[in-house]
Design a protein around this ligand. Sequence first.
Ligand SMILES: [Zn+2]
Length: 126
Amino acid sequence: MIVIENKTLYKCEHCRKKYEVKSACEKHERICSKNPAYLKPCHSCTNCKKVKTYVPSGYSDFYGNESEREVDILFCDKISTYVHSPKVAAKGNAFVPGDFSNVVFPDTCEFYTSNGTAELLAKQNY
Ligand SMILES: [Zn+2]
């Protein structure tokens, strides 16, 4: 076993994650779900609903046709668009369905209707 002493570690200000690389910690803090600045209206909005859609699977079937797979995705009824969190955007793995576009959660939204989650978190001093 190798014991490493006096090594600089970087800790997220919002959760308990530790990093050896400063840039990795900074990158995490931007998308840390415990970061108050990370929370967007869509996180606690009744218009944001989980639906099922189909995206290209990246594989071809026996006949050479590209197959599709069913995925869960968030859809906003008010703006008729798929939406995804900043975390998904940072990882670059948002789905690209054919029927509607898929955009990252906006910072503000005129159609925001609280589902009570934000108030509950505030009450718990989360
Ligand atoms: Zn964190």
